[in-house]
Ligand binder design. Structure first.
Ligand code: 3H9
Length: 702
């Protein structure tokens, strides 16, 4: 019998225990163990019923994702789980932590389910580009009904025990000791001679919908926005349709076909890669796991502008008291008003209660008194993006902050080392580049200064997690990782306009690729004047032989700064945020092409993708080579969580791997010949392409 799953008995109740840290994933050995132990329970004459319980921090959290895409050995999921469901003695699943995916599917094959109040259950396979493939799409609708099953499985969001009980997923919530409670529950079932309740046989929730296709058509339409580009959510709806309209075993066969197709597809490969990439990002080779992490019990944010306010909200959301500091009362009041408005919006959408809103607002203390910074364990500076000002602020922080406090700058462009040098303790200085809007976007680039200490890095990374963010460590370079890559794309986008494209065409191609918007709508949203100011500052140092498009400058010179002025690359009518193509801009672009002596030509969608995305991959290769990112997958995490790169394409580096680095390299070489040295392939790209390798194999040291 497997050591990971054991069978024992407590009185007349058989106990199957899974102990496979960290998350009791259903690996081949666990499936084999479950099968063996279910047989042991059946054959144990002294056992009248059984419980299935897990050691460690959680119930079974799903299939073992590392086994996906490999040849399956041992018993299949169905072979292991069907035995449980087919037992002639009642089995109770005893859930703590999270019963997710195959874990919940295992529990659904038990005859009854109980859970501690803090437990959660869900079918998150969709987040891996998959569908529940161990009967989840067929059993859950039988238990909770079609509308709820559709929501739960297409979003993948878990639900807490109390809600699960209301919906019928869980039969009993157990306060106190789970094992004892589950055994008592199993005894009660035996005493009361309760039937073997097999979910597969339940019909009352699905029968009334038989033949009703409309409900599924409507649902497909309703998820069009959130599921745009993804295959799995649609395959899930098809499976739930099958659960309603096919006999159980036929539905299971349909589900198995569905998961096999998704599993073999590129989308699921990309999404599984992202699952591990997110977790990898937290690992820093020279900052070991046991590096001391400072406790952040109180924080301070300097600057009550949009960024500062958003960052303060993150602390409040995580239950950490935070001072919000500014130099002028008016700015401070405006910042607090915006925070309150943001929370009120969330409350009006039903995602926050009034009590929770009040609690979070109470955690934010607005103040003009800089002395309070001396109380903070972690200070984030979010003042205007200007080096002189930042240095002044950090010199002041150095005087006021406690010696053990960490001082972070939220700069998106400035040199963290130079800022750190304004203090007497550069080891305590680090960059935390939150993405805008800071209370919504999950990415934080944690910028490691040359002198940032390991403790400072470990604390900033741990804090990102506490704030519900994904922290990715990057080095000090122009634009750090995300914006440095973005710059490549935006520069090429402007050149495409000069050569024959229009903003609406470029944006549409990138939208169809899966991004939330293209570079021109994005510029209009962010405000075109910001980068204009930066470009003006850099004008003197720009190499004379470098191609430079003045189009963006010309748009700004017309007073068109984007959405905030009602016009930028597009026009925005009546306060709307919908970009509308503007003939004035078309004219401006055409005149510019003429002035440059460029004969405008038709630019294909394929060329737009190649011209915009291959230089991003190339820049990623340079970043890797310089060590500004630790691994290609970190760059992908940055692009997925900071810029909305479609998860199902796994980030620009994964995308490069998937289309073949040799193809990227060959195209870059060709572009270099046509358009100049900005397309020169990075040496790392060249090396990997010529060796037929990928960024992933490079990251793994292969
Ligand atoms: C499925 O079930 C398909 C079925 O329908 C059957 C099809 C036939 N496998 O997240 P953490 C690792 S699909 C392998 O940091 P937390 C993880 O990589 C699956 N490894 O912990 C990490 O490793 P490391 C459906 C897994 O406490 C370590 O465990 N289920 C798996 O923050 C700790 O993880 C899911 O999608 C796995 N399934 O969060 C659930 N899960 O330390 C996926 C985790 O080396 N898991 N690892 O970096 C989760 O959502 C979270 O891990 C969980 C714990 C909430 C459970």
């Amino acid at each position: 019998m497997s050591e990971l799953v054991t069978y024992s008995r407590d009185g007349d109740i058989g106990v199957i225990t899974v102990n496979h840290p960290p998350v009791n994933a259903l690996s081949v050995a666990v499936r084999q163990g479950l099968k063996d132990c279910a047989e042991a329970l059946e054959n144990d004459p002294k056992a009248k019923a059984g419980i299935l319980i897990c050691e460690g921090r959680t119930f079974i959290a799903g299939a073992d994702i590392t086994e996906f895409g490999k040849v399956q050995r041992g018993p299949t999921f169905h072979q292991a789980l069907n035995i449980l469901e087919g037992l002639k003695k009642p089995v109770v699943a005893a859930i703590h932590g999270t019963a997710l995916g195959g874990g919940l599917e295992t529990a659904l094959c038990c005859h009854y389910r109980c859970a501690v109040p803090s437990a959660q259950v869900g079918l998150p396979e969709v987040k891996l580009g998959l569908l529940p493939g161990a009967g989840g799409t067929q059993r859950l609708p039988r238990l909770v009904g079609v509308p709820i099953a559709l929501d739960m499985i297409t979003t993948g969001e878990p639900i807490p025990a109390a809600q699960a009980q209301k919906l019928g997923v869980i039969d009993k919530v157990i306060e106190g000791d789970l094992r004892a409670g589950a055994i008592a529950f199993a005894k009660q079932l035996v005493q009361e001679k309760k039937p073997l309740r097999k979910v597969r046989d339940l019909e009352d929730k699905i029968k009334p919908l038989r033949g009703n296709k409309q409900i599924f058509d409507d649902y497909r339409k309703s998820m069009a926005h959130r599921a745009r580009g993804f295959e799995a959510p649609y395959a899930i709806v098809d499976c739930i349709d099958a659960a309603v309209n096919m006999p159980f075993d036929q539905g299971i066969a349909f589900e198995q076909k569905g998961i096999a197709t998704l599993m073999a597809g590129l989308q699921s490969q990309a999404q599984r890669y992202m699952f591990f990439a997110e977790r990898e990002a937290a690992k820093i080779p020279d900052v070991p796991k046991d590096t001391p992490v400072a406790k952040v019990k109180r924080a301070a944010v300097l600057g009550a502008g949009t960024m500062g306010g958003g960052i303060a909200m993150n602390f409040a959301n995580a239950g950490i008291p935070v001072y919000l500091l500014d130099t002028a009362k008016e700015q401070l009041d405006r910042g607090v008003d915006i925070i309150r408005k943001n929370y009120t919006n969330t409350m009006q959408k039903g995602r926050l209660t009034q009590a929770e809103l009040d609690r979070r607002m109470a955690l934010i203390t607005p103040t003009l008194d800089e002395k309070v910074m001396g109380e903070a364990d972690f200070v984030v500076e979010a003042v205007f993006e200007e080096m002189g000002l930042k240095k002044e602020v950090f010199a002041k922080l150095d005087r006021i902050c406690r010696k053990d406090a960490i001082m972070a700058t939220n700069t998106s462009t400035l040199n963290v080392d130079e800022i750190a040098a304004a203090t007497s303790r550069p080891d305590k200085v680090i960059g935390t580049h939150f993405f805008s809007p800071a209370n919504v976007m999950r990415l934080v680039e944690v910028v490691r200064g040359r002198k940032s200490s390991k403790e400072t890095i470990a604390t900033a990374m741990a804090l990102s997690k506490t704030l519900g963010k994904i922290g990715v460590l990057v080095g000090v370079c122009d634009g750090f990782v995300g914006n440095r890559i973005l710059h490549q794309r935006n520069r090429e986008a402007n050149f495409l306009l000069e050569e024959g494209a229009l903003p609406e065409q470029v944006d549409k191609v990138l939208f169809d690729f899966g991004l939330p918007m293209g570079p021109f709508a994005m510029g209009d949203m962010a405000g075109l004047d910001v980068s204009w100011r930066i470009r003006k500052g850099q004008a003197a140092s720009r190499p004379k032989d470098e191609r430079y498009s003045t189009l963006a400058d010309q748009v700004c010179e017309m007073g068109r700064y984007g959405q905030k002025t009602g016009a930028g690359w597009f026009k925005y009518e009546g306060g709307s945020r919908t970009p509308v193509p503007d003939p004035l801009i078309t004219k401006l672009i055409e005149v510019e092409s003429k002035r440059l002596g460029i004969a405008r030509r038709k630019i294909t969608d394929e060329e737009i993708i190649a011209r915009l995305i291959y230089p991003m991959i190339n820049e990623g290769a340079k970043i890797l080579q310089e060590g500004m990112a630790l691994r290609a997958s970190d760059i992908d995490v940055i692009w997925v969580y900071g810029y909305g790169w479609p998860k199902y394409r796994g980030g620009p580096m994964f995308y490069g791997d998937s289309i073949g680095l040799n193809n990227v390299y060959t195209a870059m070489k060709k572009f270099e010949g046509e358009f100049g040295k900005s397309f020169a392939p990075a040496p790392l790209l060249e090396k990997l392409a010529k060796a037929g390798k990928t960024f992933q194999s490079h990251a793994a040291g292969a």
